[in-house]
Design a protein around this ligand. Structure first.
Ligand code: TMP
Length: 208
């Protein structure tokens, strides 16, 4: 039985997820918790190398299945090297993306069969899921504009708007199917207002 709490933050491009994960981690530390902030793809040395392969803009020839397997490879390494040991210590682990990203992007976005995708997840994570997931929901155009504003360009930012629309509606469908685990936050609000809402959701879960 794991002692810590595992929280994932999810959403399309430009929702401010990374800023919010940092603010949440700082708030938990200030409240006396051991908070571990991490991210996917990445979070480990091997994961970081896989991230570079996945996001390099000129890797246009990458097949959807190669992409799927690389995300899963990075996740397996991340789970065993970082997430599980921290949970064993009793930490609150906050990850910027996890399995729901694969379901949303490779499943709903790329069109890979969700059941097939879940069977691969059973190999990489044995179905180990977060206790709580916060989904930052935002209009696709607004999110892509925000990222252009900070000059963020990777293979996914170069996708058509239609792809990101499928990812967004995929996320909303995932949240509809698991309302106990996944809480939706409106990411169009001011960062401090979003932070307050996120903190309230997390504190409620931690005090249970
Ligand atoms: P980031 O920009 O939030 O760091 O994420 C990198 C990109 O990788 C982002 O466009 C979403 C994408 N991604 C997937 O397509 N599948 C996954 O499983 C993960 C974790 C990320």
């Amino acid at each position: 039985m794991k002692k810590g709490i595992f929280i994932s933050l999810e959403g399309i491009e430009g929702t401010g997820k990374s800023t919010q994960s940092r603010l949440l981690s700082e708030a938990l530390t200030a409240a006396g918790y051991e908070a571990l902030l991490t991210f996917e793809p990445g979070g480990t040395r091997i994961g970081q190398s896989i991230r570079e392969i996945l996001l390099k803009p000129d890797h246009k020839e990458m097949s959807f299945v190669a992409e799927l397997l690389l995300y899963n490879a990075a996740r397996s390494q991340h789970l065993h090297e970082v997430i599980l040991p921290a949970l064993e210590r009793g930490a609150v682990v906050i990850t910027d993306r996890y399995t729901d990203s694969t379901v949303a992007y490779q499943g709903y976005g790329r069109g890979i069969d969700i059941e097939l995708l879940k069977s691969i997840d059973r190999i990489s994570t044995k179905g180990f899921m977060p206790h709580l997931t916060i989904l930052f929901d935002l209009d696709v155009q607004v999110g892509l504009e925000r990222n252009r504003g900070v000059n963020k360009v990777d293979r996914f930012e170069l996708e058509e708007v239609a792809f990101h629309e499928k990812v967004r509606s995929g996320y909303l469908e995932i949240a509809r199917l698991e309302p106990q685990r996944i809480k939706i936050v409106d990411a169009s609000k001011e960062p401090q207002d979003i932070h307050k809402q996120v903190k309230d959701i997390v504190m409620e879960r931690l005090c249970r």
